[in-house]
Design a protein around this ligand. Structure first.
Ligand SMILES: *[C@@H]1O[C@H](CO)[C@@H](O)[C@H](O)[C@H]1NC(C)=O
Ligand SMILES: *[C@@H]1O[C@H](CO)[C@@H](O)[C@H](O)[C@H]1NC(C)=O
Ligand SMILES: *[C@@H]1O[C@H](CO)[C@@H](O)[C@H](O)[C@H]1NC(C)=O
Ligand SMILES: *[C@@H]1O[C@H](CO)[C@@H](O)[C@H](O)[C@H]1NC(C)=O
Ligand SMILES: *[C@@H]1O[C@H](CO)[C@@H](O)[C@H](O)[C@H]1NC(C)=O
Length: 786
């Protein structure tokens, strides 16, 4: 619990950054370890930068929406200048605008496009290296654009864009020769200065010789004619992943593009994204891209901390004591002290190198547990160890895998191969509440060599990944009213918020009358309890007292059939019989029915005996004398059991041996409160199937219990199996008001092997929680070991 609290605090920090600390080197082509710094964004561009001039074609009606969204997002971060071009009479005080004379907003915008290029040429040709024609529904990742443009020689003629040849229907109508193409307009078209220089003086001529109504086709034709080049589908410096349809990405889904999940390979790889039809999606996309940038800065920061830590260690400092370290006399390593705004961060913690031994356990409680990720998750966090992989873990894994694949493929071009991700075969993960998340993944990948000796093979790779916590960041939200918090005094502040919330919700629901305090009930279904009983007088006394309180006094529609075994040596059955007669005198002879038998004890047979007094339409609940329950449980039994439709197998809460907890449970059931359900007191009997409610006709239809099994059960498991195989629906759910009180079990040495294993297993399960057992073990270790 303590650890979990710590964890909640730390998870508030930003979880960032993946480091492939080691990459299995069974195949040498990707055995290097490489920090991700190369993928980090360059420093923000200066606005007086003269790398690129972007002309955005827009229209009067979009000036306040799309154009403004472009200008307020990527337009401002450009290493150069952005200007919007619209029709003759346009006006805006929001964006830098050129209203082109003699141009209207009609479609296709051929004239607008050509006149825009002419304007760029006339006014800016000597000031910028690159010129880009963009639509108002494109998003540009300016840092990536800069990276691309700075890697290409702008003195040469370039016409860069996503190559088009027209659709099949258009084939032959675009007046293109088979070897001719054009740059598709949507995702953006880039001209080097040389290209614009060659072609812009001739735009009037191109405009008067249009072959089609497609603006981008005609632009391509004009560039080919006067600059002598066609659209570049891939540029020299690119690696194999840099085909233009990848980096100038156009999504086919029209209005719906970029409105959904943005965590996609395409979005992460692209320089421009098209089309973003709604301004709000432009802002959203911008926020997402900024977050990616923040992440890479965080990554860089962690790496710098690591550099500092490693260097200081080389210089003979101890990493733990870097706080007050001075490089030389009077030159402190950290000029700003902790707590001040410019403090650089805690290098002793953040600078720890990535390795799986970052956390050194000091005692058993400190040891971090790994969880196994396979088709399902095998986790120690839950009593039912095998669980579905939750959506947050799934999302986290796919993020990690995307990052890993980026790192693996960053050398693809040089090596002439691409590696694609197929699946995670299995993996382990653990959370270190101080440092971050550790992952070991066994990945199935497809290795495709496209240069030299071509081949495609599946390979397996191990990836060791660490996601490191950065500092906790706190964001203050002003005037936020959290109603529950403000009602309470500050003394309860120590309880974690989520617990408070849960308590609040529970108490709110408690007040909803129909569920818990049913108004005079309609005719309710009678629940017929069948209870086998052999000996155990004191426990039965407790059970009957509870039954009286819960059912008889409250006039529940219920009936109890007790199958009493007469052949036990003690006089328990006599005393139990007398108790039943007492109850019958008070509540009528129908309230509790006693069935006596002399056979050897068999739970299955006892239940059948009780059933023999009922008819097919009766609702039956198989009971156990160790159980105590609450009226709510009866309600659940009625709701979950439907004739010919469903059988209800509640998962009961089973109390551990109280002695291990230094507790005693009295004979009466007064200790029973709602609060008893917690990790140490007991456990959910996930594998107990003895308490069942169903209609007798369904019981018969399922073939009943196996009567050949005598003594201590197994019959319930086979019955559950049959129920699963049948067409009936199984309702299986925990019931916190259905409690099995601990009693010690003696496992009869004469039981057959399977029964004995189960009996011993149950015995061990019921002893105590793992945590309690571990404490006992620690205390008595010598005894146990010797
Ligand atoms: C791109 O389009 C496809 C199919 O039209 C769609 O499934 C996908 O979500 C879109 N991607 C984005 C980022 O919108
Ligand atoms: C660093 O110096 C401050 C103030 O001089 C002192 O309080 C603190 O204990 C020192 N920390 C270490 C790790 O030496
Ligand atoms: C069980 O056995 C006892 C004594 O042997 C006898 O008195 C009693 O009637 C028997 N009960 C039944 C239900 O057969
Ligand atoms: C159990 O409780 C008793 C009385 O409260 C106390 O004296 C004893 O130390 C406890 N034992 C353990 C193991 O906690
Ligand atoms: C239950 O038993 C305990 C001890 O035997 C006793 O102190 C308590 O009063 C009893 N409660 C009721 C409701 O009978």
């Amino acid at each position: 619990m303590a650890r979990r609290k710590k964890l909640v605090k730390v998870v508030l920090g930003v979880l960032v950054g993946v480091l492939i600390s080691q990459f299995s080197n069974r195949e040498h082509t990707c055995s290097q370890s490489r920090p991700k710094a190369a993928a980090a964004a360059p420093p923000p561009a200066r606005s007086d930068d003269n790398l690129v001039f972007v002309g955005v074609m827009t229209a009067a009606q979009y000036l306040d929406t799309r154009a403004r969204a472009v200008y307020e997002t990527w337009g401002r971060k450009l290493p150069g200048k952005v200007v919007f071009f619209s029709s003759e009479d346009s006006y805006s005080d929001q964006v830098p605008l050129v209203a082109l004379p003699d141009v209207d907003d009609s479609y296709p915008p051929q004239k607008k496009s050509f006149m825009m290029l002419k304007y760029m040429y006339d006014h800016y040709i000597d000031r910028f290296e690159w010129f880009m024609r963009a639509d108002d529904d494109v998003y540009v990742r300016t840092d990536r654009l800069e990276e691309l443009l700075r890697s290409v020689d702008s003195r040469k003629p370039w016409f860069i864009g996503q190559t088009g040849r027209g659709t099949t229907e258009e084939f032959g109508t675009l007046s293109l020769d088979s070897d001719e193409n054009f740059c598709m307009g949507g995702p953006g078209v880039i001209f080097s200065r040389e290209t614009l220089k060659r072609m812009a003086p001739f735009v009037e001529e191109c405009l008067s010789n249009l072959y089609t109504t497609h603006e981008d086709v005609e632009l391509g034709r004009c560039v080919r004619r006067f600059a002598g080049i066609s659209c570049t589908w891939s540029y020299e410096a690119s690696d194999c992943d840099c085909k233009m349809q990848v980096i100038l990405y156009h999504n086919q889904s029209g209005q719906a593009a970029f409105t959904g999940d943005l965590k996609q390979k395409e979005v992460h790889r692209a320089i421009t994204l098209h089309p973003v039809k709604q301004p709000r999606h432009m802002y959203r996309l911008d926020k997402y891209v900024k977050a990616l940038q923040v992440q890479s800065y965080q990554q860089e920061k962690i790496e710098l901390h690591r550099d500092i830590a490693a260097s200081m260690e080389e210089l003979g400092f101890r990493i733990r004591n870097l706080q007050n370290a001075s490089l030389v006399e009077g030159l402190p390593l950290f000029p700003e002290s902790r707590g001040s705004e410019k403090y650089l961060g805690d290098t002793s913690l953040l600078g720890l190198p990535g390795r799986l031994t970052r956390q050194q356990p000091r005692n058993v409680d400190d040891v971090l547990d790994w969880e196994l990720i396979s088709k399902t998750l095998y986790s120690w966090r839950d009593l039912n160890p095998r669980r579905r992989i939750g959506s947050c873990l799934k999302e986290g894994l796919s993020d990690v895998v995307r990052d890993i694949m980026e790192v693996i493929n960053s050398y693809s071009k040089q090596r002439g191969r691409v590696i694609d991700f197929k699946e995670i075969l299995y993996g382990y993960w653990r959370l270190d509440p101080v440092h971050g998340v550790d992952l070991i993944l066994d990945l199935l990948l497809v290795y495709r060599k496209y240069r030299g000796h071509k081949m495609t093979v599946q390979v397996r790779r191990h990836a060791y990944v660490q996601q490191t916590f950065t500092e906790i960041s706190i964001r203050e939200v002003k005037n936020y009213d959290f109603p529950y918090m403000s009602q309470r005094s500050s003394t309860t502040a120590a309880i974690p918020v989520h617990q408070k919330l849960v308590k609040h919700l529970v108490s709110t629901f408690e007040q909803i009358p129909p569920i818990l305090h049913p108004s005079p009930p309609k005719k309710q279904e009678v629940i017929n309890f069948v209870l086998p009983l052999s000996g155990r007088y004191k426990i039965f006394r407790r059970f009957l007292k509870m039954y009286e309180d819960v059912c008889l006094k409250r006039q529940e529609e219920a009936k109890l059939f007790v199958v009493l075994y007469q052949n036990d040596r003690s006089s328990d059955f006599l005393r139990s019989g007398a108790l039943i007669e007492d109850v019958q005198r008070t509540y009528g002879s129908d309230a509790v029915v006693a069935i006596y038998t002399n056979e050897t004890f068999s739970r299955a047979r006892a239940l059948e005996r009780g059933l023999s007094l009922l008819s097919g339409d009766d609702l039956v609940l198989f009971m156990d004398v160790d159980m105590i329950f609450h009226p709510r449980s009866l309600q659940r039994v009625r709701q979950n059991t439907v004739k010919e439709k469903s059988v209800y197998f509640p998962i009961v809460y089973s109390l551990y041996n109280p002695r291990l907890l230094n507790r005693t449970y009295p004979d009466n059931y007064s200790f029973f409160t709602d609060d008893i359900v917690d990790e140490d007191s007991g456990f959910w009997r996930q594998f107990g199937f003895g308490i069942v409610s169903l209609y007798k006709s369904d019981y018969v239809g399922l073939g009943g219990l196996n009567l050949l099994i005598s003594g201590w059960g197994f019959e319930d498991v086979t019955f559950y199996d049959n129920a699963i195989k049948s067409s009936l629906r199984i309702v299986r759910s925990v019931d916190p008001n259905l409690i099995h009180v601990y009693h010690s079990i003696e496992c009869d040495i004469n039981l057959d092997a399977a029964q004995k294993t189960m009996c011993l297993g149950t015995q061990a399960n019921m002893l105590g929680s793992l945590k309690q057992l571990q404490k006992v073990y620690e205390r008595y270790e010598e005894v146990v070991v010797s």
